[in-house]
Write a protein that binds this ligand. Structure first.
Ligand code: F6P
Length: 417
């Protein structure tokens, strides 16, 4: 077979006939790889490379589709051994894994969550018996002991950072971009986003009728961390009257004004979609100033860090405070709906299944072509490897001149600015 992944260094390379016996394709610095293979017995029985997969960070619809895509392509096209580590990086640290084969990979395409279990822990900051420790070396030892050729981490921006660290310690790592937040730098889209967008939009549709019946303001909070993609997408698709996103700090007075204008024009209800990371202007400015102070280390950075954390902790109740203020300013009754983790659960949408499957297959081909240290991204209609060094530490925020924002403004949607 020939690699057809656009942008892949192996593009055009023919893999047929390159299946060689174990160890002959990998330089392991003189390690007795065949001995390792014998000692692992039935765990590694195929003749191709061996890969480990783990799902890190919060779970996201499409993870199982990606695991299946990687596994099936790795086995069918490259005769690889495929292991899945349990519960994110913790499974790699504790050597807890399952063998992924035709049977375990079957019937998981439509399942929500992850068959492997997820975890938010970082390799360099693991909780070991109540102590936070750097367990990178233990993970490297386990990786070597299993004679793995690559680790594929399914995760968001944080996972890309962790993967880069592992890769700098000598482990060949690749990542796939998953998160409902859609905020991973370097890819047009992350898998999980489309499903969450559908769920949030359906919820807004349903809230419309009850808001209308009771002449109420419904403030609906959606996830998205510090990016407004989900609130913006669902807000526009669901016909929200006000959309609040982290990228555009809001003023409560401006929101109340647009609700009162609607009332004056005859609409006695309003739907306000608020991203969990959206902030009121003065709070936003205070947070930015504290962040800068913490980063610079100047002045009383410790106190600033404490205050920053306290303000960040206030955020979950920000939506309640907003609804209360709107009631006072408009005289209309307000109710709050927090969609929460319902946005991450259940069957992945066809768009997410397709994206996750394609990215997973591309990752398997890249491992076969000895490519690592990359995130497999979708750009246009192509899957492309992007160096982890370019991805890690960056976040893809909503540009304030994004076409979705322009469209919403053209329809009279308020952003509270
Ligand atoms: O990153 C995905 C996400 O769902 C965010 O939108 C949200 O802020 C966060 O995870 C919630 O994390 P947890 O599931 O750990 O509470």
């Amino acid at each position: 077979m020939t690699c057809k992944i656009a942008g892949c260094p192996a593009n055009g390379r023919d893999f047929s006939g390159t299946r060689t016996s174990w160890g002959s394709t990998v330089d392991r610095g003189g390690a007795d790889v065949n001995g390792l293979r014998r000692s692992l017995g039935p765990t590694l029985e195929r003749m191709g490379k061996s890969i480990g997969i783990l799902t890190a960070g919060g779970d996201s619809p499409g993870l199982n589709a990606a695991i299946r895509g990687i596994g099936k392509a790795a086995i069918r096209s490259h005769d690889m051994n495929v292991l899945g580590f349990r519960d994110g990086f913790r499974g790699l640290m504790q050597n807890r894994f399952v063998r992924l084969d035709g049977e375990t990979l079957s019937g998981i395409l439509t399942k929500g969550g992850t068959i492997l279990g997820a975890g938010r822990e970082k390799p360099h900051k693991m909780d070991v018996g109540g102590q936070v420790m750097d367990m990178t070396n233990v993970m490297l030892e386990n990786f070597e002991a299993l004679a793995l050729d690559a680790l594929i981490c399914l995760g968001g921006g944080g996972t890309a950072k962790n993967a880069l660290r592992l890769s700098q310690s000598g482990m060949p790592v690749l990542t796939l971009p998953k998160t409902i937040d859609n905020d991973v730098w370097g890819t047009d889209m992350t898998f999980g986003f489309d499903t969450a967008l559908n769920i949030a939009t359906e919820a807004i549709d349903r809230l419309h009728s009850t808001a209308h019946s009771h002449h109420r303001i419904i403030v609906v909070e959606v996830m998205g961390h510090n990016a407004g993609w989900l609130a913006l997408g669902a807000g526009v698709a669901g016909g929200a009257d006000v959309i609040l996103i982290p990228e555009i700090p809001y003023s409560v007075e401006a929101i109340a004004k647009s609700i009162l204008e609607r009332k004056a024009a005859g609409s006695t209800f309003s739907i306000v979609v608020v991203s969990e990371g959206a902030m009121e202007c003065t709070e936003h400015d205070r947070m930015q100033a504290l962040k800068a102070l913490v980063k610079s280390g100047a002045g009383d950075a410790d106190r600033a860090a404490e205050e920053y954390a306290a303000l960040a902790d206030l955020q979950p109740s920000g939506t309640d405070r907003l609804a209360h203020s709107l009631e006072e300013l408009t005289g209309l009754e307000a109710r709050v709906t927090i969609l929460g983790h319902v946005q991450r659960g259940g069957t992945p949408s066809p768009v997410d299944r397709l994206l996750a499957t394609r990215l997973g297959i591309a990752a398997a081909h890249l491992v076969a072509a000895d490519v690592s240290g990359v995130m497999v991204a979708i750009r246009g209609d192509e899957t492309v490897p992007v160096p982890l060094g370019e991805v890690a530490g960056k976040r893809r925020a909503v540009p304030v001149d994004h076409p979705w924002i322009d469209a919403a403004r053209s329809l009279g949607v308020g952003f509270g600015d």
